[in-house]
Design a binder for this molecule. Structure first.
Ligand code: RAM
Length: 521
């Protein structure tokens, strides 16, 4: 599945008042210096970091720096020369990587459908040494590999310092420290917080390496993780106003919003992402009780559901066209209709709650009734008593079971078995991203399968930790570790917003454990 949308002559509908509010809510970045790497190697041999500045480098030498944790920020090299006079420029290649796997790939072999310009490789000439070399871009990295493409026979290069300054708007001081007895859960919680913090910038970015911008599906999950950690409420509010402030001409929300050089909705529409807006607004209002935001954003939130509900077919089902313009997961060949129907039902319930909160009981009842009609339609069209799960075009997809469980559309008591059946059906579409695995966890808990949810969290997110993650990855299928939806894993993001939810899920699991068993995780 390729996600490329270009609408000729696209003119967003902007609301100056809402965009001014978003601008006023822009956070301050917090800068944290990392003056030196934690570990180094030269041509594959360990080099104590304090020896780096005295080690002369010549053509072909490869210096690898490890900052010991994932960072989002800027890098400045302090360079000098040794030997005779510098009679030619120093020519260097710098590869910045979130994980070592990126360094094992050759960027020139990448031929996927996302731009190769996301690959964090620079080639620079330094005409005069000594020199300070502040790299221009902001990077997401833990590793920096410096390859000396050339000096000259007369001189060698010295890397005196390689100082990084990390930037994020997440405030670690706002965090209430929590430790888990189980060491793997503790590591999962830490990686989850690092992921969230590194994506928390001037907006809630999807991935600080790529695409470095605000996506609606990612925002809904980041916000949940924030409510149980850094609590960047102002920033979440800003992001909601950005989506409401720049929209498609017909009022639909785009799947993502650009904020530079000015705010502009992307001309990409994903039906399930637009439906995340009322859900995210409901969650935000529940957490904050912010009546002003509710008043200003209620109408755009309801509009997202109304526009899709207006296009339902005669049986009360989402159309194939809506299903095709939805994301759900990076699973090729997935029939997305049932999952989208589930998202729509969840969005209707969110609208019902929002209307109630806004003292509009009549309207609230209408959304509750619509949700009920959609549930009935889903059961009539897709429930197979024989298969014991929802079948769409013959497909027993886990995605459909998950979303229709979250929508309370499953026949009573059948959710656990239906999800199991889908996972065990040979050839059924598999879950490809932590985004979808998050909703699977939520559906397990909804079905009362708390232990299964805990086990799955440990197994799935834990397997990223076992494979070296210190922040969670955009795509991960343990059965296909090299997989990428983009045609090359070098452009995958390894610190991705929608993967940061364990910190939220763990609080749900712990609360349940305390209520049921009187113990903690
Ligand atoms: C990608 C990004 C983003 C996601 C969309 C659907 O471009 O990873 O996080 O929301 O796809």
């Amino acid at each position: 599945m390729r996600l490329i949308s270009i609408i000729p002559d696209f003119h967003p509908k902007d609301d100056a008042v809402l965009l001014a509010r978003a601008e006023a809510l822009k956070p301050e970045l917090i800068y944290t210096p990392y003056p030196a790497p934690q570990a180094c190697s030269l041509n594959g041999e360990a080099l104590p970091p304090e020896e780096m500045e005295h080690t002369p480098l010549s053509k072909g030498d490869v210096l690898l720096l490890d900052y010991g944790r994932h960072l989002v920020g800027r890098l400045t090299l302090t360079l000098d020369c040794a030997g005779s006079h510098q009679d030619a420029p120093a020519f260097l290649q710098l590869d910045l990587a979130e994980v070592t796997g990126e360094l094992e790939e050759n960027p020139e072999d990448y031929n996927g459908w996302l731009s190769c310009s996301w690959i964090q490789r620079e080639r620079v000439h330094v005409d005069q040494l000594p020199a300070q070399l502040p790299l221009e871009r902001r990077y997401a990295f833990r590793y920096v590999r410096l390859t000396v493409l050339d000096t000259s026979p007369k001189y060698q290069l010295l890397v005196k310092r390689a100082a990084a300054v990390a930037e994020s708007s997440a405030d670690w001081n706002a965090l209430e420290k929590h430790t888990y007895k189980d060491p793997m859960l503790q590591r999962i919680a830490e990686a989850s917080l690092n992921t969230l913090a590194d994506c928390t910038q001037l907006v809630l970015e999807d991935g600080p390496k790529r695409d470095r911008r605000l996506w609606l599906g990612d925002l809904a999950l980041q916000a949940l993780a924030h409510y149980t950690s850094f609590k960047s409420m102002k920033l979440i509010r800003r992001c909601l106003y950005l989506f409401a402030g720049s929209r498609f001409p017909d009022g639909r929300m785009g799947a993502n919003v650009f904020t530079e050089p000015q705010v502009e909705v992307d001309d990409t529409f994903l039906a399930d992402y637009a439906l995340m807006f009322p859900i995210a607004l409901r969650d935000y209002v529940k957490q904050t009780g912010d009546a002003e935001t509710l008043r200003e954003l209620l109408a755009p939130a309801l509009e997202q559901v109304d526009l899709i509900a207006d296009g339902l077919d005669g049986d009360g089902l989402v159309t194939a066209e809506s299903a095709q313009s939805s994301f759900i997961d990076w699973s090729d060949g997935l029939n997305r209709a049932a999952a989208l129907q589930g998202v729509l039902i969840c969005a209707c319930e969110a609208c019902a709650e929002l209307c109630l909160q806004a003292q509009d009981g009549e309207r609230s009842k209408r959304y509750t009734a619509l949700a009920e009609r959609l549930r009935g339609a889903a059961r009539r069209a897709w429930w197979s008593e024989e298969a014991g799960c929802f079948l769409i075009g013959g497909q027993a997809a886990i995605h459909s079971q998950v979303w229709l469980t979250l929508a309370d559309a499953m026949p009573q008591g059948r959710a656990g078995q239906a999800m199991k059946k889908a996972l065990e059906t040979p050839g059924a579409p598999e879950m490809q991203t932590p985004y979808m695995h998050h909703y699977y966890l939520m559906a397990l808990m909804r079905a009362g399968q708390w232990q299964e949810a805990e086990d799955h969290l440990r197994a799935y997110w834990g397997s990223m930790i076992e494979n070296g993650a210190d922040t969670f990855w955009e795509c991960w299928n343990p059965a296909d570790p090299a997989g990428s939806p983009y045609g090359g894993r070098i452009v995958n993001s390894y610190c991705h917003a929608w993967s940061c939810t364990p910190v939220y899920v763990l609080t749900l699991l712990e609360k349940h454990r305390e209520e049921e068993e009187g113990g903690s995780l």
